[in-house]
Write a protein that binds this ligand. Structure first.
Ligand code: GDP
Length: 329
């Protein structure tokens, strides 16, 4: 594969090249990894930047409906929109439940949009790296907005929050006592809460839920990266396409304020550091699962079980042998 040619075609916005590039970064093959690294290095030089918007919400809150309506609004304004998904459950089901093109029919047919189903991977670390690299590719291909969707289960929200400029939490109207259902961590990560389905019979419940969350957000935190009045909770109706323009206006206002005040660059820098540290941890864990460490661990474990050596001493010895040796003096 000619990586230089692929990079040029991605930079010129060719969608098939972008899709091929993403397939390359998703591959686990060692030769593909080094080609992917080469590709990303070439694309980074272009220095293009998209607004990265993370979107999380439990199944059924209306993520795909929202992305379709919101995405259609953006492409109608002449913006180019890419949609990626982080789907930890695809590892279990063996297939993708997110990013499925049939869920976003109008958007997937629009020439200004690019929708990529989530890769099925065995662990979140792998999905995270591939998604980050796919974001890089979409930015290089000149997309203005990259939407990264995830179901709000387990750690996937954290993963998406750590690769987004703006992290949105999509909620459905609820009875008053359901506030606790949202984990504190995800509330803290949210830059904006959107209460969907604010239409028909659900409208007043949505308004109430929105007020509850607005109150909870105010109590929960005041971060340096939030201007006065943020984080906000808003009501939207993805189905009726209500409130999407105000949500977009709020996102742009927040993004603009953060840019002016240095928080945008700082957040990206902190995210780069977060992913570096995560990659180091992943790399170390991967080495533990490979020979010769794997065999040595089994041997030490047998001695620990037999009471010949303590757990702590065995761990120290193993780490000193296998980690100490390969580190530069
Ligand atoms: P996802 O699982 O989060 O992607 O949710 P979907 O977008 O598939 O929507 C789940 C259900 O909620 C579907 O039956 C949608 O038609 C419905 N839905 C989505 N958005 C709205 C909305 O704004 N208002 C109403 N009333 N229903 C909606």
């Amino acid at each position: 594969m000619d990586i230089e040619d692929l990079a040029e075609r991605i930079l010129s916005g060719e969608r098939r090249a972008l899709a091929r590039g993403i397939t390359l970064v998703e591959s686990g093959r060692a030769d593909h990894r080094s080609m992917a690294r080469d590709l990303i290095d070439r694309l980074r030089c272009a220095g293009r930047e998209a607004m990265r918007i993370g979107l999380s919400g439990t199944p059924g809150v209306g993520k795909s409906t929202f992305i379709e309506s919101f995405g259609m609004m953006l492409v109608a304004q002449g913006l180019r929109v890419a949609v990626l998904a982080v789907d930890p459950s695809s590892a279990r089901s063996g297939g993708s439940i997110l990013g499925d093109k049939t869920r976003m029919e109008r958007l997937s047919r629009h020439p200004g949009a690019f929708i990529r189903p989530s890769p099925s991977q065995t662990h979140l670390g792998g999905v995270a790296r591939r998604t980050r690299e796919a974001i890089d590719l979409c930015e290089a291909a000149g997309f203005d907005v990259v939407l990264i969707e995830t179901v709000g289960v387990g750690q996937s929200e954290t993963v998406v929050a750590e690769m987004s400029d703006l992290f949105m939490l999509l909620l459905a109207p609820a009875g008053g006592d359901e506030l606790q259902g949202v984990k504190r961590g995800i509330m803290e990560a949210a830059d904006m809460i959107l209460v969907n389905k604010a239409d028909g019979d659900l409208k007043s419940a949505a308004t109430r839920t929105c007020a509850d969350y607005a109150g909870a957000l105010r109590l929960l935190r005041k971060r340096a990266q939030d201007p006065e009045g943020f984080p906000k909770a808003l009501t939207v109706s993805a189905a009726l396409e209500n409130g999407l323009d105000s949500a977009w206006a709020e996102m742009r206002a927040l993004q603009a304020w953060r840019r002016e005040n240095g928080h945008f660059a700082r957040r990206r820098a902190e995210q780069a550091r977060f992913w570096f540290e995560a990659e180091v941890r992943e790399g170390l864990l991967a080495r533990l699962r490979r020979e010769p460490v794997k065999g040595a661990m089994a041997a030490f474990a047998a001695r620990v079980e037999a009471g010949e050596i303590t757990a702590a001493a065995a761990a120290d010895e193993l780490l000193a042998t296998y980690l100490g040796e390969s580190l530069p003096a």
